[in-house]
Write a new protein. Structure first.
Length: 426
C-alpha cells in the first residue's frame, strides 16, 4: 500500500476509489478490461503495464507510463475533452457518470510526469479541490489596471504537435507587476517574447500565425531570423498560472516593442484539438516602482543523450558573461552584481532531476533549486535575493534518462530535449 498522504494515496482516495473501483467497473469482482483498481492492487496494475485495448497498445501506450502522461492510457481515458471515438480507445471514463474535474486531471498529469511514484508528494493536493469542468469556456477577467491579450483558438492536427508564434505591436509602455494566464489542456508551454525596434533587423510580421515547423516536423527556415535579438519576458507551462512580483518591484516592457506570443501544444489523439491562450498584464505607474527587474534565461543547447542511458549534464554560468559548453546563454557582460528573486527550469520529458547550485563566493556549492517534475517545475521566489558578484554564478546539474532507441539532442519538439534556467533578477 502507498504511504498515507502521498500523491498516489490521494489519487486513489479522491479519484480511483470513488470513480473507478466501483461495483460493476474496475473493482475486484468485475475488473472490466482486466483492470482491478481497488486500493490493494491499483498501483501494480497501472504503472508500467500494457493496456488490453489494441489501439492503445498499437500507439505504444502503457496504462501509466512513468514520466509521460500523454502516453498513459489512464490519462487519455480520463481526458474527456480530448478523447474522441476515432482514437479507438473506447468511451471516456468514468463510464456513465460525470467526468473528473480539470483540477483532478491536472493532479494525475503532474503525478505521472513526476515519474508516477508510489510514495512521496509530487502533485499539489489543492488541485483535487479545483471543480472547474475539463471542457470549460476559457475566460479571464480584465485587469483593473493593465491590458488583456488573446491568442484565438487554433487547431492541432491528430497525432501531432504544433508550435506557433503570433506578433502584436504594443504602442504603450507596460510596467508589469503581475501576469495571469489561462490556456487549454495539452499545452506544452506559453512564452511571451519582446522585439525591440532595430534598424536592419528582420522583425516578425504582425497579426499572422507563424508555424515553427511543418506537419511532418521539418523546421521552417524563415522562423530563425525572426528569433534573433528577441528578449524572453515571461512563460508558463500550466493550464492556469499567476506570477506576481514582490511589492515595489515590476518589469518594464517598453513602448513600441513587438510582443511575440509563442504557444506549443501536443496532440496524441486521433482527432484535431484546439489551442487557445488568454493572458493579462497587470500594470502600475513607474513612480510606484522601487526596483525594476529583468528576466533571466540561461540555456545549454549542445545536448547529446545516447539511447537507453542516463546522462548528467552540468553547465556553469558566471556573472560577467563566461560559461561552459558550446552554444550556451550567458549572463550579460555588463552585469557586475546580480540579485536573483526567482528561479524555475524548463526541460522535456527525459529529464528526471534538475538542480541549480551556486558557484563561487560564500555560498559556493549551495543547492538553491530542485525540480523532479518536468511538466510542472516550481517557480521558487526568494524573499532574500541570491546575490552573485562577478566571477560567481549558477550551475545547472540535469539528470536525463533516454528511454528511447534513438539519440536525442536539443530541439523544439516535445520528442527533443531542452535545458534552461529561467528566472528574474535586478
Amino acid at each position: 500500500m502507498p504511504e498515507a498522504g502521498s500523491s498516489f494515496a490521494l489519487l486513489q482516495e479522491k479519484i480511483l476509489t470513488p470513480n473507478c473501483a466501483t461495483s460493476g467497473c474496475h473493482d475486484t469482482r468485475n475488473a472490466v478490461g482486466g483492470l482491478d483498481l481497488s486500493p490493494a492492487v491499483a498501483y501494480k496494475n497501472l504503472v508500467g503495464v500494457e493496456p488490453t485495448n489494441q489501439n492503445a497498445k498499437a500507439d505504444k501506450l502503457l496504462r501509466v507510463k512513468a514520466g509521460d502522461p500523454y502516453k498513459s492510457f489512464l490519462y487519455n481515458k480520463l481526458d474527456s475533452a480530448n478523447l474522441h471515438k476515432s482514437d479507438g480507445y473506447g468511451s471516456p471514463m468514468p463510464l456513465g457518470s460525470r467526468a473528473i474535474t480539470a483540477g483532478q486531471l491536472d493532479f494525475i498529469r503532474f503525478w505521472i510526469a513526476a515519474g508516477a511514484p508510489k510514495n512521496g508528494t509530487v502533485a499539489d493536493a489543492r488541485l483535487l479541490e479545483d471543480n472547474r469542468p475539463q471542457n470549460e469556456i476559457l475566460s479571464l477577467a480584465q485587469p483593473s489596471s493593465g491590458v488583456q491579450f488573446r491568442l484565438d483558438p487554433f487547431g492541432i492536427a491528430p497525432q501531432n504537435e504544433r508550435e506557433i508564434f503570433f506578433a502584436r505591436q504594443n504602442t504603450q509602455e507596460l510596467i508589469m507587476t503581475k501576469f495571469e494566464l489561462i490556456q487549454r489542456d495539452r499545452s506544452h508551454h506559453f512564452i511571451l517574447y519582446g522585439h525591440a525596434p532595430a534598424a536592419g533587423r528582420r522583425l516578425p510580421p504582425v497579426n499572422v500565425i507563424r508555424d515553427l515547423y511543418l506537419p511532418n516536423g521539418q523546421l521552417i527556415p524563415e522562423r530563425f531570423p525572426e528569433m534573433s535579438g528577441r528578449t524572453f519576458i515571461i512563460a508558463s507551462q500550466l493550464k492556469a498560472e499567476t506570477i506576481e512580483f514582490p511589492p515595489g518591484m515590476a518589469m518594464r516592457i517598453p513602448a513600441n516593442w513587438l510582443l511575440d506570443f509563442n504557444s506549443h501544444y501536443t496532440n496524441g489523439t486521433r482527432d484535431t484539438i484546439r489551442g487557445e491562450v488568454i493572458f493579462n498584464i497587470h500594470t502600475t505607474r513607474a513612480e510606484n516602482v522601487r526596483t525594476f527587474i529583468k528576466p533571466l534565461q540561461l540555456g545549454f543547447y549542445n545536448l547529446l543523450l545516447p539511447p537507453k542511458r542516463e546522462t548528467v549534464v552540468e553547465t556553469t554560468f558566471l556573472v560577467g558573461g563566461s560559461s561552459t559548453g558550446n552554444g550556451t546563454d550567458r549572463f550579460s557582460s555588463r552585469d557586475t552584481v546580480v540579485n536573483i528573486i526567482g528561479l524555475t527550469s524548463h526541460t522535456h520529458r527525459l529529464a528526471r532531476r534538475f538542480v541549480t547550485q551556486i558557484v563561487g563566493g560564500p555560498r559556493n556549492g549551495e543547492i538553491v533549486y530542485t525540480a523532479t517534475n518536468w511538466l510542472n517545475p516550481p517557480l521558487l521566489k526568494f524573499d532574500t535575493p541570491i546575490v552573485l558578484r562577478r566571477g560567481e554564478g549558477l550551475k545547472s546539474i540535469v539528470t536525463y534518462f533516454n528511454d528511447t532507441d534513438e539519440t536525442v539532442t536539443f530541439g523544439f519538439r516535445s520528442s527533443d530535449e531542452m535545458n534552461f534556467i529561467f528566472g528574474y533578477y535586478y
